[in-house]
Design a protein around this ligand. Structure first.
Ligand code: ATP
Ligand code: MG
Length: 536
């Protein structure tokens, strides 16, 4: 009975953890409380695990003695001395955890966990609002992509009867909006299309809102709050027989139905009318696009440096050689993402001591506090993940940065940790495959390699995505020969040790204080040279 109650308590705790997760990024009290709760949940999880293992062992022994299941369990549970000792130990542990949970629950009353109403978060926050005006004084290295899009829009698209939808896809902060702005304001576009309309969609794909925004953009006056039916008619009056260009910036909506309804309303334009969509999600591009998506590449090191330099040094400042050397090292953190280059450059703008730069170089990206830090922007991708996938994603921080990861190994580790379970229709491995695909569709995974039969075997994660995964969990730890980490915190649940040459160093890593380790992977080059990663 006690066990059942605890198991049900654990699932309630998990739900609370999930609900409050979003708040922890902005509220430190909640963050602290959540850590305690998580800690207790792990202990509880371990107790349940222990019971399950013990029960299995008993069953196994019982079956060897030829006892039926019922008889063995009652027989063994009552009399076997080992089992009596186990029950005694277990009861003590359960009591302790129950008391701990009560304490934590009491603390909860000290503050109010916000009402969990996911729908409440409608509307686009100010910092996510975009407009058609290019905000960057100088845009680097996007000429090729810009020309490609413009050539298509004023060329091939103008021959097509159906509405063309051109998606631009890429990681947060890679410059999708900026590229769309460049296209939007280009002379060839301005001369070819009429009207040209910019709508910032963000997380709010409401038909009514978008329709209203389009009308307002064309008429340049505010539009009254009419019924959708009237709004759509008005929209069609404005767009009928027009070769318009509509930019839908920052789309997250994955519901095909919603898009279809908007598309029907927009299908009244002249031949050549087009829509340009920017999104982080390849799935959105798949749903909306009528032509193959444009996958935005990372900015070259040279361009990133220009961008960084422009922010980090004043316009007439002599660039100090020592800072330049460190700056180029710092820039490696950006992984070709302009948003990160700008954030790091701005952070260093008024820092002129070498040790301040070295500090930034040694720091984790998410520990750095700047006005326009890159983490909140990237975190949106995480918060947009379905809750069941969040654990699967943060677990990926287990692998070293820039490592080629075996897809199968990752899925097996997910399964072993119980992140995915089979249902009546599908095996766990298939569900794992689906989870992997979902993450892939969200641009979290890249550089995939396939075998002869076309199956994806290995992949990589972008540096910033790895940072994101690591920033949302402190339970996953990866020790590599070059990341300088040699200690494991007590809250670590998943540990990966990756050492190129010496077992000695691995042996010196202290683990006795780690309370609850679930995954332990040791990877040594001598043993597995050039073959795929496999756990020891
Ligand atoms: N090629 C570039 N040259 C200079 N600055 C750039 C370039 N690309 C992007 N930026 C700057 O980087 C920042 C992020 O760019 P942008 O907003 O276009 O990214 P995004 O891909 O739309 O991100 P999100 O997914 O969050 O919408 C902006 O400040 C932008 O001005
Ligand atoms: Mg954008």
């Amino acid at each position: 009975e006690d066990l059942k109650r605890l198991a049900s308590l654990l699932s309630t705790i998990k739900a609370t953890l999930e609900d409050a997760e979003e708040e922890q990024f902005t509220n430190n009290t909640i963050k602290d409380w959540l850590l305690k709760l998580k800690d207790a949940a792990h202990i509880l999880d371990d107790i349940l695990d222990e019971c399950a293992t013990e029960a299995l062992a008993m069953e196994y022994k019982g079956s060897k003695c030829g006892l039926s299941h019922k008889v063995q369990s009652s027989f063994l549970s009552s009399f076997h001395p080992k089992h009596v000792a186990f029950r005694y130990k277990l009861a003590k542990k359960m009591k302790r955890i129950r008391e701990r949970l009560n304490e934590i629950a009491a603390e909860r009353n000290n503050f109010h966990l916000p009402e969990m109403d996911r729908e409440r978060k409608g509307g686009v926050p100010d910092w996510r609002q975009t407009t058609s005006i290019v905000t960057q004084p100088l845009v680097y290295g996007r000429d090729e992509e810009k020309d490609k899009i413009i050539d298509f829009l004023v060329g091939d698209a103008s021959q097509l009867d159906d509405l063309s939808v051109y998606p631009i896809v890429g990681l947060g902060g890679l410059g999708k909006t900026t590229l769309a702005q460049l296209v939007f304001n280009h002379e060839r576009i301005v001369n070819h299309f009429e009207p040209i309309i910019w709508v910032c969609v963000s997380n709010d794909f409401s038909l009514k809102k978008i329709t209203k925004a389009i009308i307002e953009s064309i008429t340049k006056t505010t539009c009254e709050d009419l019924e959708l039916e009237l709004l759509q008619r008005k929209l069609q009056d404005l767009l009928r027989r027009k070769r318009y260009l509509l930019v839908l910036d920052d789309v997250w909506n994955e519901e095909q139905e919603k898009w279809q309804r908007l598309r029907f309303a927009l299908a009244c334009g002249e031949k050549g009318a087009s829509i340009l969509v920017t999104t982080r999600l390849a799935k959105v591009a798949e749903i909306m696009g009528t032509i193959p998506l444009l996958e935005l590449s990372r900015l070259s090191d040279k361009d990133c440096w220009e961008l960084f330099k422009q922010r980090a040094f004043g316009p007439n400042e002599v660039e100090r050689a020592d800072l330049v050397v460190i700056g180029k090292e710092i820039l490696k953190k950006c992984g070709g993402v302009p948003l990160a280059a700008i954030a790091l450059g701005s952070l260093l703008r008024f820092k002129r001591e070498e040790k301040q730069w070295l500090y930034v170089k040694e720091s984790k990206l998410w520990d750095l506090q700047g006005e326009d830090n890159v983490m909140p922007a990237l975190r949106l991708s995480y918060l947009n993940l379905p809750i069941k996938l969040r654990q699967c994603f943060s677990f990926c921080a287990l692998f070293p940065k820039d490592e080629i990861i075996s897809k199968q190994l990752l899925i097996e580790l997910w399964m072993a940790n119980g992140y995915i379970a089979s249902n009546q229709m599908l095996e766990a491995a298939d569900i794992g495959n689906e989870a992997w695909n979902e993450l892939y569709w969200r641009s979290f995974f890249q550089n995939t390699e396939i075998d002869e039969s076309g199956q994806i075997t290995t992949f990589k994660m972008h540096d910033l995505v790895h940072d994101l995964a690591q920033s949302v969990t402190n339970e996953v730890c990866c020790i590599t020969y070059d990341n300088g980490l040699r200690t494991v915190s007590e809250g670590t649940r998943h540990l990966f040790i990756y050492d190129k040459n010496s077992f000695e160093e691995i042996k010196s890593i202290q683990l006795h204080h780690v309370k609850s380790l679930k995954t332990y992977v040791e990877w040594n080059f001598d043993v597995h040279e050039a073959c795929q990663l496999s756990p020891q």
